[in-house]
Ligand binder design. Structure first.
Ligand code: IFM
Length: 440
């Protein structure tokens, strides 16, 4: 790496992130069925129909994984809590084993001097709630609020930070309009409802956590830098609308208590009744914002109904996901989010990293492309800090190779290699490079 900890302001936090379904092993510990189990069991949705049953078996091996964070000189760990592990039916009965697991996980972080940074929901909706319409049903805000109180009633006293929902765009648009993630819908009305309800649930969870006396609560959104595929006015307009749906919608709701006009031009007829009255909950103040950033997209017009957007191939080097590597996009969002929305609130990069086809050679994984990717994006962070952006921390995605949703276990995002046959953990060259850079 071309930096050390000393190149960042005093107190800047370095962490790594994971999520429950992607690593824990969902079949253990009395967890209930989720819509990802159903989605994966439906042919054609997930590569090789893989699911999160075993994943990295973090449920049993968490101590070893937390040792990796500590030995890697990280300051904090961003993990998520599985709704279905804590409340197998989504409502009502609580699975004590699930609560006990997160209790142990938090204590084990504190014992190692790691700051626990929790996300309440990282995508595994309990199936019984999916049966009731899931994110399309307005009641989900209350159900989510109840789950929030149950899990945070147990671990909320020891967290460094908490955020309700990872990447609202993925929960709503990717999953209900594009159909790429569970529940796999391609339906504009479902998408419009989910876009709104995910924010209503976010605000409800923040209110409930405040009610429990918790502090340092944030919102974590993902962003893609959209650029026109060519210099026609049509491409420019398409890229702006893509930006609206992806990047502006959720931040506008939370920080400006409104939705962008260009997005509402298409979504308004499909919105749930009374959506205009929910902004006081949606806009409940937060203490920080998290930016998840990976790539940019070139966007042009498509000959389809609204939003009529087409993603076009770009010329830049790509990751194993086929995503272009574009660190300037991270700098763009750090400065823009601070200027246009959060206006001085602390910002964290809550996810950033790359999938790479990391071959294991003689027991080692020499992932130089990942080292270059992380280095370039951390340079973009330093540039933003120098320009006055109150960036307070950076989390690499991900600590471990894991379940990359509809792409199964093939795409490797980890700093640590997982042999999915033996579940052996092998730190990659990127882990060792970060460990050196983060020495105190
Ligand atoms: O693996 C995902 C994660 O669950 C959410 N953010 C993006 C990552 C890479 O696709």
């Amino acid at each position: 790496m071309n930096f050390t900890r000393k190149d960042f302001p005093e107190g800047f936090l370095f962490g790594a992130a994971t999520s429950s379904y992607q690593i824990e092993g969902h079949k253990f510990g009395g967890a209930g069925r989720t819509h990802w189990d159903d989605f994966a069991a439906t042919p054609g949705n997930v590569v090789r129909a893989e699911n999160g049953d075993l994943a990295c078996d973090h449920y049993h091996r968490y101590a070893q994984d937390l040792d990796l964070l500590k030995d890697g000189n990280f300051d904090c760990y961003r993990f998520s809590t599985s709704w279905a592990r804590v409340m197998p039916e989504g409502r009502g009965a609580v699975n004590q084993q699930g609560l006990d697991f997160y209790d142990r996980l938090v204590d084990a972080q504190l014992e190692r001097g790691l700051k626990p940074c929790a996300t309440l929901y990282h995508w595994e909706l309990p199936s019984p709630l999916a049966d009731l319409g899931g994110w399309r049903n307005r009641d989900i805000a209350g159900w989510f609020g109840d789950f929030t109180e149950v899990i945070m009633g147990r671990i909320g006293d020891r967290l460094f930070s908490a955020a309700p929902i990872n990447e609202p765009w993925c929960v709503a648009w990717l999953s209900h309009f594009m159909g790429h993630h569970a529940p796999g819908l391609r339906d504009i009305r479902a998408a419009a409802h989910a876009m709104h309800h995910v924010l209503l649930a976010h605000g409800t969870a923040i209110e409930r956590m405040r009610g429990l006396g918790m502090s340092n609560l944030g919102a974590v959104c993902n962003f893609e830098y959209s650029q026109p595929a060519d210099d026609t006015p049509e491409a420019k307009q398409a890229a702006t609308l893509y930006d609206g749906i992806y990047n502006r919608f959720f931040l506008s709701g939370i920080f400006d208590k409104s939705y962008p006009e260009d997005v509402m031009a298409g979504l308004a007829p499909h919105m749930p009744k009374g959506w205009q009255d929910d902004f006081d909950t949606i806009g409940t103040p937060v203490d920080w914002v998290g930016i998840n950033y990976y790539t940019r997209k070139l966007i042009g017009p498509a000959d389809t109904p609204w939003p009529a957007l087409a993603e076009c191939p770009g010329p830049l080097p790509k990751t194993q996901m086929g995503w272009e590597i574009y660190p300037d996009g991270l700098h763009h969002f750090l400065t823009r989010v601070n200027r246009d929305y959060t206006r001085g609130l602390p910002i964290y990069v809550t996810e950033n990293g790359m999938a790479n086809d990391d071959p294991m050679v003689n027991g080692q994984v020499n992932d130089q492309p990942r080292i270059a990717y992380l280095d370039a994006h951390l340079a973009a962070c330093r540039r933003a800090i120098d320009e006055g952006v109150p960036l307070k921390g950076y989390f690499a995605w991900s600590l471990l190779d894991n379940y990359e949703w509809s792409l199964g276990y093939e795409k490797r995002f980890g700093l640590v290699y997982i042999d999915f046959e033996t579940l052996q953990r092998t730190p990659k060259a990127s882990y060792e490079a970060l460990k050196l850079a983060l020495q105190r």
